[in-house]
Design a protein. Structure first.
Length: 161
């Protein structure tokens, strides 16, 4: 069995900022797209690590939203609800990296079982993979939600075994 992470491995975490910045009326985002995308992802991961270290758990979507809010505040865009709402909308439906559909299809055609192990909740993960048009290739979607802790906590990887 091949087990993949979802966000940043299968799903392009920069796609939301890139796509939103290209839309009309998003000039403020366009000027800061790269640092916002990077800061958002770094905070999202940091928040999950902090939760794990403190023995606390919050839904990954909540961490994702708080990470975006803090990043937008850093770039003085926190009051722009149009940008915030659009980024969150696009993040819930990220595209897969260009090579992913072909790779997972080839692995599946070769007879391999495929799974995803993610920090996302089961519903967030299922929605994301469906939106990216790659859900059909996976036999199992595994979420840290069952343990209420995040990667890289060692016990999370036992979900796979």
């Amino acid at each position: 069995m091949f087990v993949f992470d979802a966000y940043g491995t299968l799903l392009d975490v920069d796609a939301a900022a890139r796509e939103a910045a290209a839309e009309p009326g998003m000039e403020a985002l366009k000027e800061n797209r790269l640092p916002i995308a990077k800061g958002w992802r770094e905070r999202q991961l940091r928040y999950s690590w902090l939760c794990s270290m403190m023995g606390e758990y919050e839904d990954f979507w909540e961490l994702t939203t708080r990470a975006l809010d803090a990043t937008l505040e850093e770039h003085r865009l926190v009051s722009d609800n149009k940008i915030r709402d659009r980024l969150l909308s696009l993040y819930s439906e990220l595209s897969a990296y260009e090579e992913v559909p072909e790779v997972v299809a080839n692995l599946k055609a070769a007879g391999h079982k495929l799974a995803v192990l993610s920090n996302a909740s089961p519903s967030m993960l299922a929605k994301a993979l469906e939106a990216a048009r790659i859900s059909e290739w996976f036999d199992e979607l595994l979420s840290v939600d069952v343990l209420k802790c995040y990667k890289p906590t060692p016990v999370v990887y036992q979900i796979v075994t």
